[in-house]
Ligand binder design. Sequence first.
Ligand SMILES: C[S@@+](CC[C@H](N)C(=O)[O-])C[C@H]1O[C@@H](n2cnc3c(N)ncnc32)[C@H](O)[C@@H]1O
Length: 250
Amino acid sequence: MQSDIDRAHYQRLANKYDENWAYSPEFMRWMTENLRKRLSLIPGSSRVLDVGSGTGLYARGIAEQAGVVVCADLSAAMLEQLPADERLIPLVAGAEELAGGEIRLPHDSYDAILMKEVIHHVAHPPQVLDGMSRLLPPGGRILVAMLPSEIGYPLFDAALELFRERQPAPEDIADALGRAGLRTELTYDEFPLVFTLDRYTQMVRNRYMSMLASFDDNEIDAGISEIRRTHPGPEVRFPDRFAFVLGVKA
Ligand SMILES: C[S@@+](CC[C@H](N)C(=O)[O-])C[C@H]1O[C@@H](n2cnc3c(N)ncnc32)[C@H](O)[C@@H]1O
């Protein structure tokens, strides 16, 4: 099952995840601010559910502006990297189980639900988003932060092709939230990233994006040679463009 493959991928990646994904303090601040402003948190009192929280890279900054953040993730190894903070509550659970009410959450409802870079892993997103929306009180919001279907990353062609095949379209996610009865808004923001070619190719070798786990070591080596040919370096620069799909319950 794809969920078993994803779980194995993140178990392997867990202790390298922040090194590959935190990018820079500026990127983290930019992304955290983008999430916070869309989640409309009430300082000290909002209850947040971060589904697919991973190591809590963003739950940490959100917790500073909320009361509590339940960090739910399929991977126990990712959750083990959460910092010790009484506002962060780890929960090993899949989005599908939470949406289906199969796993008991610590609270009956959440003012805000965040799903950042996890929707592409979820089986049947419309069903899961419908289930999640039932956890919101009136005025509650769900934010799906995701990459668009086309990305300008300096990857090799086969990786970009696989990404296009697997990535759901933000418009479809907005439709699904609308069908779940939420008022929706789809916005985009981007951040200019720059890495040395050596760091970027190391991230590719670490399979920093989950779809890179579908390539074996020889394919990754060939992919890195292709990246070095098409991007002679010493740096790679590209915009990291994100779709933010917001649903608000009436
Ligand atoms: C790309 S990481 C994103 C982590 C975090 N949201 C962030 O932005 O740093 C994807 C996370 O989703 C988790 N995940 C994958 N499939 C999931 C599912 N079906 N339900 C819950 N979490 C899942 C993985 O274990 C991983 O921690």
